[in-house]
Design a protein around this ligand. Structure first.
Ligand code: CTP
Length: 230
């Protein structure tokens, strides 16, 4: 098939509190890096936009390093016009310290932090959505199906890959994991105890199928929806 121009976002965002401290999350970047690697090996043109990780970047067409959610949105906006597909694997921080201190905050007995909400990046990109495939991830500790379908709809996604974080199921790092892939029509595919490389290939199979349908038969709901918009 003709190569698809894919943006993969990966890793955590970090939000500064002062020049030496930040708030962030437990994302390792492993899933996004595996997707970028698998897509590149399939001959797709991959831009990997990544928050700080301990991983060596795979061989991709372009690698962009970011820190904050704002940086991530700006980097995607720069690339999105030249892309066919966005895979939002990054664990975007939903909050940032409202007013990061310019100097190191000194020790006190207690410290209250005021956090401001970051933008929802996928929603902020709705203006660049047309003719492209958008794939999201969803990490939940409860109500995985209900919450993930809600995200799929509210973020206008073609596919969402949902995973659960519980005492017995930790999807971080290079562990095997359970993933539920849900499409626009609500069809579900459960992958149980699979490696992130395996999950990447299943997702890419689905993305390639959708891309083919969009461009050769125009029969996906995505194309119908895009036509309705124009
Ligand atoms: N995402 C995004 N912008 C944000 C937060 C998340 O675009 N500010 C993307 C993620 O990259 C992922 C999807 O939205 O593809 C779902 O992210 P997740 O953290 O599971 O859910 P949230 O939308 O942040 O909702 P909540 O934290 O309330 O579960």
């Amino acid at each position: 098939m003709t190569p698809v121009r894919i943006i993969v976002t990966a890793g955590p965002t970090i939000e500064p509190l002062d020049p030496v401290r930040f708030i962030s999350n437990r994302s390792s970047g492993y899933m996004g890096y595996k997707i970028a690697e698998a897509a590149s090996n399939r001959g797709h043109i991959v831009t990997l936009i990544s928050g700080p990780t301990r991983l060596d970047p795979p061989k991709v067409k372009k690698f962009v390093s970011i820190e904050t959610a704002k940086d991530l949105l700006a980097a995607i906006k720069k690339e999105i016009k030249k892309s066919d597909c966005l895979i939002m694997c990054a664990a975007v921080g939903d909050f940032r310290p409202d007013k990061p201190a310019k100097q190191k905050i000194k020790r006190t007995r207690a410290l209250s932090l005021r956090l401001a909400a970051n933008k929802d990046i996928l929603r902020a990109l709705s203006g660049c959505r047309e003719g492209k495939l958008f794939v999201g991830f969803s990490l939940e500790t409860e109500n995985i199906i209900k919450n993930s379908i809600k995200k799929l709809k509210s973020k206008d996604l073609d596919l969402i890959a949902a995973s659960r974080l519980t005492k017995n199921h930790n999807p971080f790092d290079n562990r095997k994991l359970d993933v539920l892939i849900i499409n626009r029509s609500g069809q579900k595919m459960l992958l149980k105890n699979k490696s992130k490389s395996y999950v990447s290939h299943v997702l890419l199979d689905k993305i390639e199928q959708l891309w083919y349908l969009m461009n050769n038969r125009g029969t996906t709901q995505n194309v119908t929806r895009n036509k309705r918009r124009t």
